[in-house]
Design a protein. Structure first.
Lengths: 112, 119
């Protein structure tokens, strides 16, 4: 069991640059979630995929954010024209219908 | 909309003692799941325990147990025989068991309780 893996673990970028995070879910999981977590807060839901279909997006996900899961396996989360307010940890999680959701270790983003 | 409230930002317990973390939630649904997740300083979120709302019996996992009061919408976590490795942020989370409007059960988290364990 390789668990949910995320890459990169840490990213420092200048304001205005684009960044992309990758998530590899547990292989048999059809559902994949992206969350954002800032210091001292619980994770906030961003978006959700069932297989390759993006079924739900939070209002937190502005037009600068886009997520894909092209083959129903790994997923990418891209942030365009980053802003300092985007600094957070981006968590990926996966699960199967009705079952527990498992989290990756997260990708830390710092926008300077 | 569902909400989850953890009223204790920080808690402290002596090693080998017992501590209870509180969680309340608000929902109009009757079918749902509740979870406690642990997030150690390394930051990976780890599932501690899970409770199905239709089950009256409280879930137990080794030293961890819950007190699930459905009518009161309360879901507290009890940690017995606390160990240094239990020190972490603990998050209570809610997940709907009913799919509607495209929502497929994403987790709604509380703000967390930071647990310190004193040797």
């Amino acid at each position: 069991d390789t668990g949910v893996s995320q890459d990169p673990r840490h990213k420092i970028t200048k304001r205005g640059q684009n960044v992309t995070f990758r998530c590899d879910p547990i292989s048999e999981h059809n559902r994949l979630y992206w969350y954002r977590q800032t210091l001292g807060q619980g994770p906030e839901f961003l978006t959700y995929f069932q297989n390759e279909a993006q079924l739900e997006k939070s209002r937190l996900l502005s037009d600068r954010f886009s997520a894909e899961r092209p083959k129903g396996s790994f997923s990418t989360l891209e942030i365009q024209r980053t802003e300092q307010g985007d600094s957070a940890m981006y968590l990926c999680a996966s699960g199967r219908s009705g079952n527990t959701i498992y989290f990756g270790e997260g990708s830390w983003l710092t926008v300077v | 909309a569902q909400t989850v409230t953890q009223s204790q930002p920080e808690m402290s317990v002596q090693e080998a003692e017992t501590v209870t973390l509180s969680c309340t939630y608000d929902t109009s649904e009757s079918d749902y799941y509740l979870f406690w997740y642990k997030q150690p300083p390394s930051r990976q979120m780890i599932l501690v325990i899970r409770q199905e709302a239709y089950k009256q019996q409280n879930a137990t996992e080794n030293r961890f147990s819950v007190n699930f009061q459905k009518a009161a919408k309360s879901f507290s976590l009890k940690i017995s025989d606390s160990q240094l490795g239990d020190a972490a942020m603990y998050f209570c989370a809610y997940r709907s068991a009913v799919a509607y409007g495209g929502s497929q059960g994403n987790l709604i988290f509380g703000k967390g309780t930071k647990l310190s364990v004193k040797p």
